[in-house]
Every structure is written in C-alpha cells, then in structure tokens.
Design a protein around this ligand. Structure first.
Ligand SMILES: *Cc1c(COP(=O)(O)O)cnc(C)c1O
Length: 355
C-alpha cells in the first residue's frame, strides 16, 4: 500500500475547539466548511458534537452532508442561499443562514415557511466583499423583521486583515460594525480565528473559529497553545547518490553541489503537496529536520538525506504536522496553511484518538 497518508488527531481538534471558546468566551461555531479544511467534515463534526455550540459551512450541500450523518446541532450557511429553492431545505433541516445581499432578503420575503428562519445579517464593515453597507444595515434588519418570516436576527461581520496585528483595519472594522448595529438587538459575531487569538476587542456573543481548530495560527510562526491536527506523512521508497553537478528531477531545478544522498518520497502535488515548494522547504525524516530538493512531481518528491546517514528506504517522512510546522511550509511555498490543508487529496485520512 502506498504509504502517503494524513493522520488526523481528533483529540487535538477537540482541544483546539475548547481553547478557542475559552479564549473568546460565549459560544463558538466550529467552521467545518470545505470538508473541514481537508480534515473530513463529518468525522470532525461528529467528534465535536458533544461540546460544540454549532457549526458553520459555506453552503447548503455541506450542511446536508452533516445532517445526513445525524448531526442535529445548529448549522450556519456562511454564504446563505443561492436560490429560493434552497429555502425549503433550510426550513426542513432547520439550518441558519447568513443574509449578505438584498436578493437574499427578497427570497425570504417571497417564501412561506411554516416556522421562522434564523438569520445572521452580515455587515460589510470594510472588507467590501459581502454584506450590507453600514448605512443600509438598519433598513435591511427592518426589512427582514417586517417579513414576519424570521425569528432571531444575529449580527455579524468578517475581517479582512485580522492576521496583521500592526495595521488599523481590524480596529476600524470593529468600530464600523458596532456603530452600524448600535440600535439593533440580537447576538453579535465578529471573530474568525485571528480575531479569537489576537483581537481581544473582537469578542462578542459568538466566535467563528476555522483554521485554529485545525491547529494553525493565521499569523506566521508557531501556534501558542494550539495542537496541529493533521500530520501529512509518507515514506522513503528509494535512495540514490548523485555526484556534484548532477541535476535532479523535472527541469533540473536542483543541481548537487556536493555528493548528495537523495531520498525518493511517495508524495506529490496530486496529493496536495504544493508544486510551488522550492528547494529548502522543510521536511523531517525519522524525526530529523532536512529539506526538499528538486521540483515536486505529481506522485513523488525528493529530499536531501546527505546529513542523515541512518535514514533509508522505509524511513518516515513528515511533510507537515508536529515536527514541521505547516506555517513554515506555507511561507516557503508562497501560500497559507488554509490552502495547503484544503488541497489535501488522494492520501488516506486516518483518524487517531477521539471519542
Ligand atoms: C471561513 C470563515 C470563517 C473562519 O475563518 P478562519 O480564518 O479559518 O478562522 C469565519 N467566518 C466566515 C464568514 C468565514 O467565511
């Protein structure tokens, strides 16, 4: 069997959820969109079912998958509905939905639900991607309330730059949100993971932690207090020596400067390991740090074993996890932990711990 796999530590997931809620206070929706950032949405949601206050997903299809698995807790659709026909599912499955655009309010107006919807009204506090402009928020709230078809209306916004502690954008967004919603009742939700971990002023009634659940801090560096959930690993399947000046792999991107012992690893970009990773990207072999050398190919990659004489065929290679922080790999490859995790595919997901 091909040794590439992603180990998913369910105890770490639980630890991270509880840490997020304790830091933030109040309640927390576990964000399990995009297949729980590559970790398996159903399995992760089930693991948290006895502690979580609810979940957030991107869309109806993701929510239905959780309901089909027997999950009864609240589930929020972060993008709301895309067409009026989805409102029947929202009602039947008792889902919560974001309303971020007038068109969604219109769909609700024209629906005839047997019981009122729970709506999270989204404020555009400065990201300018989704949500009602601050000066439109009260009117949007009144419009929803006036339909007679909504019960509780929560108020939310989303940060554009909460992973940058030194720019004023986040504080400005918080102030804009508070001002726009000052006269309105209802629970508030502002903080994503960066908000939970780094912005005390972002704490409200509900947190919406995503990436931190999986053990990655949205700020660079090592995550204080979080435990990495995914370990992406494989094994060395062949070893060869190459002479100084010899090229390695596609495009001859790496050329040996000294006699080099090369380990061939069963892991490639078809598994989600980034092809953009340059020579020098950190990996560990049998628990010892070394580096990627040569271009990542579809099914294989190559690592430098020159200074690891004990390593050989069968040695364990960690691409990211406890030994190799995912933020280091992301920085090296010019991306973010989110994208690395969401891209994991083909490899087996193996679950450890849990209830
Ligand atoms: C994805 C998402 C989150 C979670 O963001 P993280 O940075 O992963 O914590 C929170 N809120 C909204 C609206 C989102 O779309």
């Amino acid at each position: 069997m091909r040794p590439a796999r992603a180990l998913i530590d369910l105890d770490a997931l639980r630890h991270n959820y509880l840490l997020a809620r304790e830091r933030h206070g109040g309640r927390a929706l576990a964000v399990v969109k995009a297949n729980a950032y590559g970790h398996g949405a159903v399995r992760c949601a089930l693991e948290l079912a006895d502690v979580a206050d609810g979940y957030a997903v991107a869309c109806l299809e993701e929510a239905l998958e959780l309901r089909a698995a027997g999950i009864r807790l609240p589930i929020l659709l972060l993008e709301g509905v895309f067409e009026a026909a989805e409102l029947a599912d929202v009602e039947r499955e008792n889902l919560w939905m974001v309303v971020h655009h007038a068109e969604q309010a219109r769909m609700i107006e024209q629906a005839s639900p047997a019981r009122p919807y729970t709506v999270w009204l989204k404020v555009n506090s400065g990201m300018n991607r989704a949500g009602f402009r601050p000066e439109e928020v009260v009117a949007a709230w009144n419009r929803l309330q006036g339909t007679g078809k909504v019960g509780e209306i929560a108020l939310m916004t989303h940060f554009a730059r909460a992973d940058e502690p030194d720019v004023p954008g986040t504080a400005e967004q918080i102030a804009t949100f508070d001002m726009a919603t000052a006269t309105l009742p209802g629970p508030r939700s502002v903080a994503n993971s960066a908000g939970v971990l780094h912005w005390r002023a972002a704490r409200r009634d509900w947190a919406r932690p995503g990436i931190l659940l999986y053990g990655a801090d949205p700020l660079p560096g090592e995550p204080g207090g979080l435990r990495p959930v995914m370990t992406l690993e494989s094994r060395i399947m062949a070893v060869r020596e190459i002479a100084p000046g010899a090229p390695l792999g596609y495009g001859a991107r790496f050329q040996a400067e000294r006699p080099t012992r090369v380990g061939l690893v069963a892991m490639g970009y078809a598994d989600g390991y980034p092809r953009t990773a340059p020579d020098g990207t950190p990996v560990s072999v049998d628990g010892r740090p070394t580096r990627l050398i040569g271009r990542v190919s579809m099914d294989m990659l190559t690592v430098d074993l020159t200074d690891l004489p004990a390593a050989g065929i069968g040695s364990r290679v960690e691409l990211w996890g406890r030994e190799v922080g995912i933020n280091r790999v992301a920085a090296s490859a010019g991306t973010i932990s989110y994208e690395l995790l969401c891209n994991v595919k083909r490899v087996r997901l193996e679950y450890l711990g849990g209830r």
